[in-house]
Design a protein around this ligand. Sequence first.
Ligand SMILES: Cc1cc2nc3c(=O)[nH]c(=O)nc-3n(C[C@H](O)[C@H](O)[C@H](O)COP(=O)(O)O)c2cc1C
Length: 430
Amino acid sequence: MFHLGWFYGFQVQSWNGTWSGSDGATEWMTPDMFVEAAQAMERAGFDCMVIEDALFVQDIYKGSAEFTLSNAFMAPKHDPMPYVPVMAAGTKHLGFIPTVTTSFYPPFLAARLLSTLDHVTGGRVGANLVMSHNDRTAQNFGLDGQAEHDHRYEMGDEWVELVNRLWGSWEPDALVLDEEAHVYADHTKVSRVDFEGSFYRSRGPLNTAPSPQGRPVLCQAGGSPRGRDFAARNADILLSNVQGIEAMKEYRDDIRARAAAFGRDPDDIKIVFLVSPVLGATDAEATRRWDRMVAATEQNLEANLAFLSYYSGIDYSTLDLDAPIPHLSTNASRSTIAHTKEQSAGQTLREYASHPVRSCVELIGSPDTVAERMGEVAEEVGGDGFLISLPLTRRTIAEVTDGLAPALRARGLIRDGYPHATLRETLKEF
Ligand SMILES: Cc1cc2nc3c(=O)[nH]c(=O)nc-3n(C[C@H](O)[C@H](O)[C@H](O)COP(=O)(O)O)c2cc1C
């Protein structure tokens, strides 16, 4: 059995297209469609949603925000936090993992917010920790640019240490609620943390009550060697978008070895791989759909160049489209440009970027065909599950939750119930 999540952000999911719905342009601004989506995922046996986030409007590509804003490409985007309690109120079991930047959330506020959300969701919250790769984000917080790449992870390690200490500042049984003795909380079980790090200081204790999970689930997607160390040291669930079976195996083995070196049990870490299945009622129908996606070369090219610019901070429109991708260096997402260089070997930038967005493995076919393939991949890689990366439209939700998920369940590959209350327990179940 493996775990299933869905990865998306609170932004336009689809608009101006055949299947965008009657109000794709603005419906995302209110939570109803996300509540519906969460309910469908829960019915289907998903473990969690991972909610992407960023704090800037991309204007790297072609030196302007025109592409971003004309196409609603990653902007406008809303803060995931306020949507979480609304979705939680409409569901009972699904976990919610909103993105939190360690670079700009003060640790005390993050610890307090996540502890509060853990109460509000009944123990179903986590945090996807990112370091905010882009200089534009830093500029929105009054800095000239981002800290050096590996240094961000150094700071992130200390940030997690402090947040964990704050969550631990109340012992789990500190609330005694003794009416006769008139003691609400036992003050001897609530301690200062007196944290003095190289980057952060905090006195503590936290001023929230101990939450159902105690420590909300931590999620991470670092890809560079330093990022992998951060993830292996701190995360409970890891997201990866490496491509191909061999790269997936390498990633998993590497993370597990790093976790063991940090004194952790590698089985405590779940690694899920990003996939964007292309589904149809039959294999032939799915293939025709895929062929149409491949044929949209001009559209793919712009979207990919903008995406690469977004993650690297390098304007890919300035590169020679008809030459191989040159060696580039970035202080933003290092693994994105490293993967791109590797995967594009033998191709020009135009050839590489004219292809639809790639997922860890290509999944094209009927629900049965794709379910079968996902089972084989999980077997081969030994991974812990998959993260569906598709815009949330009623069409994709129905295809995945009412088409693919039943085919996975019929094969015994995904859960058919939730015996545990919290996200942490749900993830640990298998
Ligand atoms: C599946 C997945 C989800 C991610 N989600 C976010 C996100 O929501 N916000 C963000 O700023 N970065 C996100 N990232 C980027 C990572 O946090 C990280 O910056 C990236 O993988 C590069 O890491 P590296 O610099 O260690 O190579 C995501 C990456 C992956 C693979």
